[in-house]
Design a binder for this molecule. Structure first.
Ligand code: SIN
Length: 493
C-alpha cells in the first residue's frame, strides 16, 4: 500500500547533514518494509563511517554558535518545531503506522506524546539555573553554572519512532548541544520527517544531523561516533547488550551516557485491589503498541484469593481486542514489527506451554480475514506461569500476558525484583501501608501504583540495574545534556 500524505515532501529518503539532504557517501541504500508482510515499500541511505563522520563534523562546527544563542532563542525554535509537528500530525501518524505497524489511532497518540517533549523542553530551556554558593572566605565568589555537554549522538529504537527521538533531541537542543542521530533501521521515515519539519521551523545548518543505516552498517556508523572524542555524549534506547557495548566502547573517551535499556516489568495485583481498575490498568500497560514497549508488564502476579476472578475479567477484555492492519482506524493491535519479533513470541509461548502454562485466550499467529502477511499475533493470556519459563527471565515484547499466582507480599516483591532489569513495575492495592511498603521495595525506576499509564513528558523516565541510567523527560531530562561548571572568582576583598 503506498504512503499517502497531505504533504508528500514529508516522506524523505536521504540523510540530512550540515543543512543538506544527501545520499550516503557510498550511494548504498537499504529497504524500509511493511511490518505485516516484510515487503519493501521504499528505501533510505545505508550510511557508514564516512557519513557518521560528516555528521559529526557538521555538529561540531555548529556547536559554538548554537550554545551561544540565548536559551530563549533556542526555546523559540523548539516552539516553532512543536507547532509544525502538531500541524502535520496526521501525516506523521500515517508515516508511523506505515513503517512501524502501530494502529493509526495509537500513532496519533504517539505524535501528541512526542510533541509534548518538544514543548516541555522549550519551556525548560530557559530554566537551566545554576547556584550561587556562599563563599567560605572573604574576597571570593563561588558559582555553579550549567553548560551544554557538546555534540550528542542519539541512537533510537523502532517502537516509538517519533517519541523516542523527540525526547532525546529536544532536551539536547534546549541545553545548547548539537546532535547527530541514527534512527532504527526498521523505522527511519518518521525521524526524517521530523527533521524536515525542524528545517521548516528554522533549524540552523549543522545543529541537527541525521543518518540512516541498515542493521549491517549500523555498527560502523555508531563505532565512528564512539571513537570520536568530539562526541561528548551518547543517548541510546534499545537492548541491554547494546547498551553495555556502548558503555564499554565509550569508556576510551569517557563520554556521558544515557541508556534506556530492556525491562522485565512485574504487574502485581494484591487481593485488596480494585479488580476492574487493575484489569483496565493492565490492558493499557500491556497492550500498548501490541506489547512492544520496554515498560510493558512482562510478568503478571495475581494473589491467590483474586486469581480466578481477575483471570476471568482479563480474558474477556483481551479476547475482545481487534487485531487489524495498522492503517485501519478501528484496529487496536497491529502487526508485530517483523518476523523475528513473532518468532520470539512463539518461542516464549511454546516454552511456557512445555513448562505447564495453559492458554486462556490467544496463543497463536493470526492470518486471513483481512490480515495480509504473517506477522500478526493474537492477544494472549496464559495461566499457571512459573519461574522456569523463558518469559520469566526475558522480555517477550509482544501481546502476551502470563499470570503467576502468589500468596505472600514479601515473596512477590522478592520474585518481582528477581531480574537483572529494573525499568518499570506496577501494582494494585487499596491498603495505604502496603502501597508505601511495596513502592519502596520494588527495584524499578518507574512505578505505577493503581495506574497503568505512566508515560508523561513531566515525569523522569529511566531505569535501575541493567535497565540503564539517565532520565528522560521532566527537569532531570535537561540535566542529562549539561555538565556543571564551578567558577571561583577571587580578589574581591
Ligand atoms: C519505551 O518503550 O522505551 C518507552 C515507552 C514510553 O515512553 O512509555
Amino acid at each position: 500500500m503506498p504512503l499517502t500524505l497531505t504533504r508528500p515532501e514529508l516522506s524523505r529518503s536521504q540523510n540530512f547533514i550540515a543543512g543538506k539532504w544527501q545520499d550516503a557517501a557510498s550511494g548504498a541504500r537499504h529497504p524500509v518494509s511493511d511490518p505485516a508482510t516484510g515487503i519493501e515499500f521504499t528505501s533510505v541511505p545505508d550510511s557508514g563511517a564516512a557519513d557518521a563522520q560528516a555528521a559529526t563534523d557538521a555538529a561540531h562546527a555548529a556547536f559554538d554558535t548554537w550554545r551561544d544563542r540565548t536559551a530563549r532563542e533556542r526555546a523559540q525554535f523548539l516552539k516553532r518545531w512543536h507547532a509544525a509537528i502538531v500541524a502535520n500530525g496526521e501525516d506523521l501518524a500515517r508515516i508511523i503506522s506505515r513503517e512501524q505497524g502501530k494502529p493509526l489511532a495509537e500513532a496519533r497518540g504517539e505524535v501528541a506524546y512526542g510533541a509534548s517533549y518538544v514543548e516541555w523542553f522549550a519551556e525548560e530551556a530557559v530554566r537551566a539555573y545554576g547556584d550561587m554558593i556562599p563563599a567560605l572566605m572573604p574576597g571570593k565568589r563561588m558559582m555553579a553554572v550549567k553548560e551544554p555537554v557538546g555534540v550528542v549522538a542519539a541512537v533510537t529504537p523502532w517502537n516509538f519512532p517519533l517519541a523516542m527521538i523527540a525526547r532525546k533531541i529536544a532536551p539536547a537542543l534546549a541545553a545548547g548541544c548539537t546532535v547527530v542521530a541514527k534512527p532504527a533501521e526498521d523505522t527511519p521515515l518518521t525521524a526524517l520527517a521530523l527533521v524536515r519539519l525542524a528545517e521548516e521551523a528554522g533549524l540552523p545548518a549543522g545543529v541537527l544531523n541525521i543518518v540512516t543505516a541498515s542493521r549491517d552498517h549500523t555498527p560502523a556508523t555508531v563505532a565512528n561516533w564512539l571513537a570520536d572524542s568530539r562526541v561528548r555524549k551518547i543517548t541510546f534506547t534499545g537492548s541491554t547488550p547494546v547498551g553495555k557495548y556502548l558503555a564499554r566502547e565509550s569508556a576510551e573517551t569517557l563520554k556521558k551516557l544515557s541508556l534506556e535499556l530492556g525491562g522485565n516489568a512485574p504487574f502485581i495485583v494484591f487481593d485488596d485491589a480494585d479488580l476492574d481498575a487493575a484489569v483496565t490498568g493492565l490492558m493499557a500497560a500491556k497492550f500498548r503498541n501490541g506489547g512492544q514497549t520496554c515498560v510493558c508488564p512482562n510478568r503478571v502476579y495475581v494473589q491467590s484469593g483474586v486469581y480466578d476472578a481477575f483471570a476471568r475479567k482479563l480474558v474477556e477484555r483481551v479476547a475482545a481486542l481487534r487485531v487489524g492492519p495498522a492503517t485501519r482506524d478501528d484496529s487496536q493491535i497491529g502487526p508485530m514489527i517483523n518476523a523475528r519479533a513473532v518468532h520470539k513470541i512463539e518461542r516464549h509461548v511454546e516454552d511456557a506451554l512445555a513448562h505447564g502454562a495453559t492458554v486462556l485466550t490467544g496463543g497463536r499467529r493470526l492470518s486471513g480475514d483481512g490480515l495480509e502477511g504473517a506477522n500478526y499475533y493474537a492477544p494472549t493470556v496464559l495461566g499457571n506461569a512459573n519461574r522456569d519459563m523463558a518469559l520469566f527471565r526475558e522480555e517477550t515484547f509482544g501481546p502476551v500476558a502470563p499470570l503467576f499466582r502468589f500468596d505472600d507480599d514479601a515473596d512477590v516483591v522478592r520474585e518481582a525484583n528477581d531480574t537483572p532489569f529494573g525499568l518499570a513495575a506496577y501494582f494494585y492495592s487499596t491498603d495505604v501501608r502496603r502501597i508505601w511498603r511495596v513502592a519502596s521495595r520494588l527495584e524499578s525506576g518507574v512505578i505505577g501504583i493503581n495506574e497503568g499509564a505512566v508515560a508523561s513528558e513531566a515525569a523522569p523516565f529511566g531505569g535501575m540495574k541493567e535497565s540503564g541510567y539517565g532520565r528522560e523527560g521532566s527537569r532531570y531530562g535537561l540535566d542529562d545534556y549539561m555538565h556543571v561548571k564551578y567558577l571561583c572568582q577571587g580578589g574581591l576583598a
